[in-house]
Design a binder for this molecule. Sequence first.
Ligand SMILES: C[S@@+](CC[C@H](N)C(=O)[O-])C[C@H]1O[C@@H](n2cnc3c(N)ncnc32)[C@H](O)[C@@H]1O
Length: 278
Amino acid sequence: MNGYVMINPSSGDIELKLLIEAIYLKYSYDFRDYAVASQKRRVLHAMRQLHCGSISELQAKVLHDAEMFMELLQYLTIPTTEMFRDPAYFLALREQVVPFLKTYPSLKIWIAGCSTGEELYSMAILLQEEGLLDRSIIYATDINLQSLEKAKKGIFSLERVRNYTANYQSAGGKKAFSDYYTAAYDSALFDRNLCENVSFADHSLATDSVFSETHLICCRNVMIYFNPALQERALGLFHESLCHRGFLGLGSKESIDFSCHATSFEALVKSQRIYRKR
Ligand SMILES: C[S@@+](CC[C@H](N)C(=O)[O-])C[C@H]1O[C@@H](n2cnc3c(N)ncnc32)[C@H](O)[C@@H]1O
């Protein structure tokens, strides 16, 4: 079942459904099980930005112009992110998950929906400070290839990076944040060692399957855009991927309380939605 149960749908609702189906048929990007209200807001915003008078006009353009589709994708995927976003989450990882991770000889960590990489670099810094980076492989995945390219480069706006310093400190950071990057003009280039063991990949929680056994999965601010059916799918992938007693970090905005997977996990840090596989 997808998210479009429509009783007396408006023309706009029908146009939206047709656009999403067209994108799936033409480009194989599956947005059919995303939460409808926020998807509609994003499509209407994109429609105005891309100078289209209706969703149907946007659909016609996107079907015939792959570059236009890539532009629309930037609106549909919401790449918003920051470093050490919600510092209490990273502090909880550091204090309550890292002690368990230290008991493993090697680690596999999956950051699902990594966007432009800010969450990944935050995690790599935390692992390095805890002496775990060298024995970790990190999978950083997303459906937005432009975001993944940016993540690989590790270059961020210096002004934004300076603003992340407070987050880093609240997350229990042990050094000066500026130790991790080189400033050049208005950019900050992050230390290449941080992503030496990172594998970047195009992976969709909507259509792809599990690719590795992992010890920790972080997926924050991604499932809030999914409908319940797709949230179940994603949680199923995480459950399948995690090793026995592996950890799942969803962040304070997500919950598994009403999921059929709820009983497969126990809460380790309830406020930050950090779970452990039973
Ligand atoms: C709001 S960002 C969150 C970034 C980061 N996790 C954070 O919390 O700062 C949401 C990300 O999820 C990605 N995304 C959306 N649908 C996805 C899917 N089906 N599979 C994997 N990633 C997806 C988007 O491309 C975007 O980069």
